[in-house]
Design a protein around this ligand. Sequence first.
Ligand code: NIG
Ligand code: FE
Length: 414
Amino acid sequence: MQKVIINIKKLVQVEENPALKVCGELMASVNCVENAYLIISEDKIQEFGLMSDLNKEISTFEEIIDANGGFVYPSFCDSHTHLVYAGSREIEYVDKIKGLSYEEIAKKGGGILNSAKLLNNTSEDELYIQAKKRIDEIISQGTGAVEIKSGYGLTLDAELKMLRVIKRLKADCPIIIKSTFLGAHSVPLEYKGRQAGYVNLVVEEMIPKVADQKLADYIDVFCDKGFFTVEETDKILKQGIKYGLTPKIHANELDFSGGVQVGVKNKALSVDHLEYVGENEISSLKNSDTMPTILPGAALFLNLPYAPARKMISAGLPVAVASDFNPGSSPSGNMKLMMSLAMINHKMTAQEVLNATTINTAYAMGISQKVGSIAKGKIANLFITEKMTNIEFFPYSYGSNLIKTVILKGEIVK
Ligand code: NIG
Ligand code: FE
C-alpha cells in the first residue's frame, strides 16, 4: 500500500546517509528539501524529492495526503518519561511556589513517595486508563516514540504492576515504546533508615523478576544527593547489565553527584538531567558513547540551574532533549514546548533543538537506526504542520500546537 504526501513546503531533517546521533557543531545543521513530496510504503518512508520530480501519476496512489504548504517533520522521540502514574501532585506544586525545595517535599513524605502511595491504591486497569490518556495527548503533540519508567511502585508487586501497564500500552498504541525499570527511584517508607536493605531488594529480587518476565529494556537509578549513592548505583547497574538491561540513569540533577561518571563507567546509553555538570563530567562524557540528555521542563518547574547545553555542544558532545513527563517535576510531555524551553533557557538554536528532540533522543532509546529523521527505509513517523515561514517559527510559537496531521507507522492517527 503506497501513500504520497504532496505540496510539502519544507521536508525537514532529511538524511541521505543516516547517522546514529549528531554531535557538537554538526547539531547546528538540519537538511531540508523545499517544495517536496514523500512516498510511504506500508509503514516505511520509501522515497522523497522535489514536487517537480514526482514522476508517478498521483491517482495511482492508494492515498493522497495534501500537506497544503505545511512543513513535514520526523516525529519527536521522547527518551525520558514517567508517564505511568496515578493521580496528580498539584498541591506540592503550590508548596514549591511557597518556597519548599524538592528535597524538603520529599522529606515530608511527599514527592515520589506520595505518587507511590497513590499508585498502590490504584488498580492496574485504572492506571492503564490514566496513562493511555497521556499517550494520546503526546501523540497529538507530535511524539512518535517514548520511553516510560517504573519507579512509583517501590515494592516488587507494584513495580511489576507498572511495568505490565507499560507492556500493555506497547501492544495497544501506535507509538513506539521502550520500558525502563527504576526500582531505585526513592527509598520507600518501610525501608527508612535501612537504605542498604532496599538496594538489596532491588538487586536480589526485583531485577531478576523484571528480567525473567521480560518487562524492561533498560535499568535506571536516581543517583543524586538524598537519593542513591554512586556505590549503590554501581551495584544496581551491574546487576541490571548481568540481566540484560542497559543503563540509562538520572544523574546530577541536585548536585555534582558522581552520577555522570558512574553512568559512563557502566556504558549507560544516556545520563539524564545534568543540571550540575562541570569540566570533569564533560571530559568523562567525551570519552564515551553515552548521550547527555537535558530535561528543560524539570529545570523550569523546579527552578533548578540550567544544564550547560552550550558548554557540552562546544566540547563536541551530542545533547538530547526529553520531557521527563511526570507528576512531580514536569507535568507535561509536550516536546514542542521542551524545544522552546531548550532554546530560551539553555540557549540552543532551533536547528540544535530539532536534532536534540529527534535523532539524539532516538539514540538515547536505542532506535536511531529506525526513526529520528526523514530517511529512506526509516519508519514513517511524521507530522505535518500548519503553514509556516521557517524552522524557527515552530519553537517560537510556544503556546500553539501547529501540528495538523500525525502519521505513525505509515497511518494517519490525527
Ligand atoms: O526525573 N528526579 C527524579 N525523578 C523524577 C521526578 C519524579 C517525581 O518527582 O515524581 C524526575 O524529575
Ligand atoms: Fe525523570
